[in-house]
Structure formats: structure tokens, C-alpha cells
Design a binder for this molecule. Structure first.
Ligand SMILES: Cc1cc2nc3c(=O)[nH]c(=O)nc-3n(C[C@H](O)[C@H](O)[C@H](O)COP(=O)(O)OP(=O)(O)OC[C@H]3O[C@@H](n4cnc5c(N)ncnc54)[C@H](O)[C@@H]3O)c2cc1C
Length: 232
């Protein structure tokens, strides 16, 4: 075997796995292709030890430097694995090696609205992806949740602890399970049964995001997050 462990995916999950294994004196390779989802984080505020926050790109760069110091090998590309006797074959179109064990740290793929300016709004921090990470910065703010399924509604209920100015954009065709609908109503959530037609960044004294819903004349406005230094 070329390595004791091959780690597929070079986001925080894969890089931290490599860090630990290398410090346990294991021979490891991180095989990764494509930008880690972590590189989309404009600034995270819930990572222990980073007072004032850190961007995803900076965090990944620091992790990579730590791995360089430990001499962790890297392979670049999209890899597949297949079982062989005593381990796994790991291969991309250009590269191939074997490993006794494999860690799959390939992350997830988001379901995003099909609008051209989604990456730009994400970079501005106006489009958020994680209630757990971001709710704190949205206390008493106007927010809208694009919920595709029950998980989205559960996230909305969680967020309703942080702000009462919460609206939910729900698919026009999907039904909300009765019990969940009752809970949402109890929390005063406004639910729009519509698709998002457009979103645009609003600058100036009241920065935020203007959301146009299909077939509705009135736009939704949601606030930008408040950073720690702005809070009284
Ligand atoms: C906008 C945004 C903001 C966020 N903010 C926060 C925050 O503030 N705090 C927080 O804790 N979390 C935050 N998150 C979540 C965080 O980014 C993820 O939890 C984290 O990136 C997960 O790390 P990971 O290593 O599992 O996956 P990823 O970071 O997605 O990395 C997986 C990697 O594997 C690669 N890969 C996939 N398939 C293959 C293959 N077959 N071969 C080779 N490589 C492959 C992918 O291309 C990618 O590079 C945020 C996410 C987003 C999108």
C-alpha cells in the first residue's frame, strides 16, 4: 500500500483528519478537487479561538500550512475509490495510488436558488447558509428563510428564538405537515408560498437584501447581519 490512509476531500474535515493522523505517525495523503465549501465563508464567528472571526480562505490556508510542516502529501483532482485486497485503490483521471484505509470528507452540495448573482450575494454575507453559525448576528433583524422541506421549517423555528421579524419562503406546490404548520403559526411565522424570482443587494443607511417573489407585487426586505463591533 502506498499510504496507510487516503483522505478524500480537502475542506476542514479532511485537513483536520490529516493533521491528527500525521501526528499519530501515519502516512497520509489528502486527495481533493474543487473549492471546499469552507472557502465560501466570508467570516466565521463561531470558531473557537478566533476572536473577531476568520474567513474560510484564511482558515484553510492556515490548516494547509500546518499540514505542510508535517509533510502531509497531497493529490489534486476528483477521486474515486474501489476496494482491493487489503485496502483501496484511489484514482482520478490523472493519478492513482493505494491506501489501507480511506476517510471520505467530501462535504455536501447546497440546493441554491437558480439565480446568477448567488455567489456575489454570498460573498457579501447577505446570503447565509447556516442558522447555527449565523443566528447570533441576526438578533432582532428582519430575515427570510428559503425553506424547501421540513428541515427548513425546523430551522425557521430555531431562528424565531433570535428574531420575531422572520418570514419563510416556501414552495408554492408543497404542503406543510399539519403539526409543523401549527408550530409555525404559534411562533407567528409569516409563510409565503412562492418562488424567489430575483434578489439584489441594497446598500446605504439600511443595508440588506431585496427579494422579489414570483407573482407578488410587494418585495421582501431582509437586513444585513450586525457585526460584533456594531452592537451597542
Ligand atoms: C456561506 C457559508 C458560510 C458558512 N459559515 C460557517 C460558519 O460561520 N461556521 C461554521 O462552522 N461553518 C460554516 N459553514 C459551513 C462550513 O463551510 C462547512 O461545515 C465545512 O466547509 C465542512 O467541511 P468539510 O471538510 O466537510 O467539507 P468542504 O469544506 O465542502 O470540503 C469538501 C471538499 O471535498 C472535495 N471533494 C468532493 N468530492 C470529491 C472527490 N470525489 N474527490 C476529491 N475531492 C472531492 C470538495 O470539492 C471540497 O473541496 C458555512 C458554509 C457556507 C457555504
Amino acid at each position: 500500500m502506498d499510504f496507510e490512509c487516503a483522505i478524500i476531500g480537502g475542506g476542514p474535515g479532511g485537513l483536520v483528519s490529516a493533521l491528527y493522523l500525521r501526528r499519530f505517525l501515519r502516512s497520509v495523503v489528502v486527495a481533493s478537487g474543487g473549492a471546499p465549501r469552507a472557502s465560501w465563508i466570508p467570516k466565521t464567528h463561531n470558531l473557537v479561538g478566533y476572536r473577531g472571526g476568520i474567513s474560510g480562505v484564511e482558515l484553510l490556508s492556515r490548516l494547509q500550512q500546518q499540514l505542510d510542516e508535517l509533510g502531509v502529501e497531497r493529490a489534486v483532482g476528483l477521486f474515486k475509490i474501489s476496494k482491493i485486497r487489503g485496502g483501496f485503490r484511489v484514482n482520478s483521471n490523472e493519478d492513482q495510488f493505494t491506501a489501507k484505509k480511506v476517510i471520505i470528507a467530501t462535504g455536501i452540495t447546497d440546493h441554491e436558488p437558480e439565480l446568477g448573482n448567488v455567489p456575489a450575494l454570498r460573498r457579501l454575507g447577505l446570503l447565509r447558509y447556516c442558522p447555527v453559525c449565523d443566528a447570533y448576528e441576526y438578533q432582532n433583524k428582519r430575515i427570510a428563510v428559503m425553506a424547501r422541506d421540513e428541515h427548513g421549517l425546523m430551522s425557521s423555528l430555531f431562528l424565531s428564538k433570535f428574531t420575531k421579524k422572520l418570514q419563510v419562503i416556501w414552495s408554492p406546490s408543497a404542503r406543510i405537515p399539519r403539526e409543523l404548520a401549527r408550530r409555525c403559526e404559534g411562533k407567528g411565522l409569516v409563510i409565503h408560498h412562492s418562488n424567489v424570482e430575483a434578489m439584489s443587494a441594497q446598500k446605504g443607511a439600511e443595508p440588506g437584501l431585496m427579494i422579489t417573489l414570483e407573482g407578488q407585487t410587494k418585495n421582501l426586505f431582509v437586513d444585513a447581519a450586525t457585526s460584533r463591533s456594531e452592537r451597542p
